[in-house]
Design a protein around this ligand. Structure first.
Ligand code: ADP
Ligand code: MG
Length: 402
């Protein structure tokens, strides 16, 4: 296998360039082809020589650099971009990902972080690593209904597909009251029951023809079964197997769940890389959220695995975000604005919010959330997936100390 890959560094700081070169010199087969201080000078060179990896600093003049990154990734598809910056504003990270950068590293650079990122970019650029290898499973959860789980799962899945152009699966594992198909006005021929009953003959061709492709996007939907008995028949073990096969084909799997804390839901949560724990800013919802976090603790989930999302958020709320954070002893990861009119209009039409009004605050918010969650942001540690033994009993989880 040819593992040789070229790097172009764009950075105004001589010292930074030197550090990057030193770190790269330790990686076999990867060589620094050229250095530039200015992104405009670098542009033609990168396009003409079909550079594999570009490491570009955006500390100064981010907007100009973003434009350039966008052009490079459009014209030289094999170029994989690593952005570096002293500034780690969420906005900058989001913009970088939207323009096509694959990694965002904070300065001062850490040797291992940079080297890992470069190796990953090399493998992506040379096609050694298909994007499927990095499937990320994200589930939306709350032990309360009507809180926005489905709205988030559906809109996030679509925006991830639009943004990354990679294959995204949206799975309705709210097995009793699934409504993903209603949100997207779909009438699929197959459902989860069919797939798990045919699990042994499932491959990419099977999945892409069985899951319902959403319009001309790269989003594929797997609906809940139409009959309750079929839902009952699906086992936790089958759900785990379903994830295993989906991971081979899709880059992202977004799972909508029900509000029941049962064995199947726990299997979904165990299998997730990230759980978006959805709540709203009112006391009963926050109290419920607290209970969920206690249970997550007992299930052995790390803080990185479950992230708090405040839905229907309004400025000037009586309870402040900091109050919520104090009570939950967690940072709020994301806030989604309250926009009943746009959401309802989307749901009633059976289309995503971004198609009803792409400029609305809520459509923009879902897009930004997708950019934030699209894989390559400041290398967070992968969360550990948990395998439970067969004598695991969910009942023990509820034996609280109260
Ligand atoms: N950000 C939001 N702003 C306003 N209303 C919302 C928002 N998110 C959800 N809703 C409302 O809440 C209702 C329930 O949302 P849904 O996603 O079905 O919740 P869940 O899946 O948790 O039961 C939706 O019908 C919609 O009217
Ligand atoms: Mg729902």
């Amino acid at each position: 296998m040819n593992n040789s890959a070229s790097v172009v560094i764009i950075d105004k700081e001589e010292a930074s360039k030197q550090i990057i070169k030193n770190y790269i010199s330790e990686i076999p087969d990867i060589y620094v082809d050229r250095e530039f201080s200015d992104s405009f000078d670098a542009y033609n060179y990168i396009i003409e020589t079909r550079t594999n990896i570009v490491i570009v600093d955006i500390s100064e003049d981010p907007d100009v650099t973003f434009e350039l990154i966008y052009k490079i990734t459009s014209l030289n598809k094999q170029a994989k971009i690593i952005v570096t910056s002293y500034n780690t504003d969420a906005d900058l990270v989001i913009k970088s990902m939207r323009t096509g950068a694959r990694e965002f590293l904070t300065k001062p650079l850490k040797e291992e972080e940079l080297q890992n990122a470069i190796i990953k970019m090399r493998d992506l650029s040379l096609g050694n690593l298909s994007d499927n290898n990095k499937c990320k499973i994200i589930s939306t959860f709350s032990n309360k209904g009507g809180i926005g789980k489905t709205a988030i799962a559906v809109n996030l899945a679509l925006e991830l597909a639009n943004l990354t152009k990679e294959k995204v699966a949206l799975i309705d594992l709210n097995l009793q009251l699934g409504d993903v198909t209603t949100f997207l006005d779909l009438n699929p021929s197959f459902d989860i029951s069919y797939v798990v009953n045919n699990i042994n003959r499932v491959d990419e061709t099977f999945l892409l023809s069985t899951l319902e492709k959403y319009k001309d996007t790269s989003l594929y939907v797997l609906a809940d079964p139409p009959y309750l008995e079929q839902a009952e028949d699906i086992t936790s073990d089958q759900i785990s197997k379903l994830f295993d096969v989906l991971k081979e084909t899709f880059s992202y799997i977004i799972v909508d769940t029900g509000s029941n804390f049962d064995g199947k839901t726990i299997t979904v949560l165990d299998n997730s890389d990230l759980i978006l724990l959805v709540t709203t800013v009112n006391l009963p919802a926050i109290r419920n959220c607290q209970r969920c976090l206690e249970l997550f603790d007992r299930l052995g989930y790390s803080k990185e695995k479950a992230k708090i999302v405040l839905n229907r958020y309004m400025e000037n709320e009586e309870i402040k975000t900091e109050d919520v954070e104090d009570v939950l002893d967690r940072k709020v990861y994301w806030k989604i604005p309250n926009n009943y009119f746009t959401i309802m209009s989307a749901i009633n039409k059976g289309i995503p919010v971004g198609m009803v009004n792409p400029d609305s605050n809520i459509a923009r918010n879902y897009r930004d959330l997708a950019a934030m969650l699209s894989d390559n942001i400041i290398s967070t540690k992968p969360t550990q997936k948990i395998k439970r033994t067969s004598n695991f009993s969910i009942l023990n989880l509820f034996k609280s100390k109260r």
